[in-house]
Write a protein that binds this ligand. Structure first.
Ligand SMILES: O=c1ccn([C@@H]2O[C@H](COP(=O)(O)O)[C@@H](O)[C@H]2O)c(=O)[nH]1
Length: 272
């Protein structure tokens, strides 16, 4: 999916919501365990209940990989079930020496046909470029993550006074463009979102950290939105585990709807 198509979806749905499918056998409603593939059944019902409110779905691959071959199967079935006009993100945080990265890219882009994958920048250009060579696909590079440990390396200042995340943003612009490269910027890092936006004015950000991690959606939109919205804001647990009863899909919809309604107002206010 290209940038303008993504923006069109955002305009039509009045939403920049990404729903995280962090589906855990221990957290899904007990009655689903009777199904042959409970993970897929859960995802299917969440997708059915929210597909008019979300512009992206983001399965975090760890939740599927942990289940071995069966988990990979549930992931593939889930991906196939997501409507074609909704952007898909493999939150896999990959990156290795070039020939290995190429195989990761083949796995997620050819074998599974995800639109995008999250990639760690730490190993540099040859670890990221193989993902960028896939026409029509996106790399979402970890820039400033939402977790506490982001302080450990991403905030370290080099001799020129710039934090490491700034080097990641600047250097990686030599590798890709706003048409195939997005950045992960955590909602919990509100104070830095404006700075990041100055460095990469046109790129989309994938913003995790609202909901369960406590980041502010209003702040993210105020400091991060650009003329094409430029934001995909993710919520996983806050939506998919809002109820563990038989009503889980309806309650997930209610939570997604609350975020979408807020997003509609924020788009009117800041998307200029
Ligand atoms: O900086 C990052 C990068 C990725 N994540 C992932 O996003 C979701 C967040 O889930 P919530 O339940 O909405 O907190 C999860 O898959 C993380 O692995 C992140 O949180 N921060």
């Amino acid at each position: 999916m290209d940038k303008l198509t993504l923006f069109k979806q955002i305009q039509e749905k009045k939403s920049f919501l990404c729903i995280g499918l962090d589906t855990d056998l221990h957290k899904i409603p007990k009655h689903l365990l009777e199904y042959e593939d409970p993970i897929f059944e859960f995802n299917k019902q969440i997708i059915d209940a929210t597909k008019d409110l979300a512009v992206a779905y983001k399965p975090n691959t760890a939740f599927y990989e942990a289940l071995g071959a069966k988990g990979w199967q549930s992931l593939a079935r889930t991906l196939d079930y997501i409507p074609n006009d909704i952007f898909t993100i493999a939150d896999a945080k990959r990156g290795d020496i070039g020939n290995t990265s190429r195989l990761y890219a083949q796995a997620f882009f050819d074998r599974m046909n995800f639109d995008s994958i999250t990639v760690a920048p730490y190993m540099g250009v040859d670890s990221v470029s193989p993902f960028l060579s896939f026409e029509g696909k996106w790399v979402i590079l970890l820039a400033l993550t939402s977790n506490e440990g982001s302080q450990d390396f991403q905030m370290i200042q080099s001799g020129d006074g710039k934090p490491l995340f700034q080097h990641v943003l600047e250097k990686s612009q030599e590798w890709g463009s706003a048409n195939n490269l997005m950045y992960v910027v955590g909602a919990t890092r509100g104070e830095f979102i404006a700075e990041v936006r100055k460095i990469v004015p046109d790129h989309f950000f994938l913003v995790p950290g609202v909901g369960a991690q406590g980041g502010s959606l209003e702040e993210v939109a105020k400091y991060g939105m650009n003329a094409h919205c430029g934001l995909l804001v993710n919520s996983s647990r806050g939506i998919i585990y809002a109820s563990d009863g038989e009503d889980f899909a309806q309650v997930a919809r209610d939570e997604a709807r609350k975020l979408q309604a807020e997003m509609e107002e924020l788009l009117q206010k800041f998307c200029k």
